[in-house]
Design a protein around this ligand. Structure first.
Ligand code: AMP
Length: 138
């Protein structure tokens, strides 16, 4: 399947739709997931256009993975999570719902089960505060 440039993350990358932005540079945009699986669920979205890992340019992957690590550390610092899950889905049967490559950084808290994928909408005030806290820890 080919890349559809009208997907929602492409629009967010172009600034056509709003997001709770944590960070951006020439490589990627980092934002809060608005349907988080846990408090602090953050998305790293490379600017390079690909549906997912399978059609991504290896050079683009090489550029973005150090940022994924940096953001993971900042999320851990800001949320005081006990662990972190890194997730990335390839095609709908695997759980992908937005067809522009992105990496999920999902904090895990001792004794709290992760929520369902892309389910409940989080409070915008809380997301804005988390974005600020994670940005400060970057
Ligand atoms: P995936 O299922 O891997 O394609 O993940 C897409 C993720 O994007 C899900 O976790 C959704 O909760 C999240 N999401 C969908 N729309 C938005 C949006 N407008 N802003 C932030 N996150 C979004």
């Amino acid at each position: 399947m080919s890349y559809d440039p009208t997907n929602i993350f492409a629009k967010i990358l172009k600034g056509e739709l709003p997001c709770h932005k944590v960070y951006e540079d020439e490589t990627a945009l980092v934002m809060m997931d608005i349907f988080p699986q846990s408090r602090g669920h953050t998305l790293v979205i490379p600017r390079a256009a690909s549906r997912n890992l399978l059609d991504a340019d290896p050079a683009a992957l090489a550029e973005v993975i150090p940022l994924v690590q940096r953001v993971a550390k900042a999320v851990q610092t800001a949320t005081k999570a006990d662990g972190l899950r890194l997730a990335q889905f390839n095609e709908a049967p695997a759980g992908q719902t937005v067809f522009h490559l992105h990496f999920h950084i999902i904090p895990a808290y001792e004794g709290i089960a992760l929520g369902a994928h892309a389910a409940g909408r989080a409070d915008d005030g809380e997301l804005a505060q988390l974005a600020k806290d994670i940005a400060a820890a970057l």
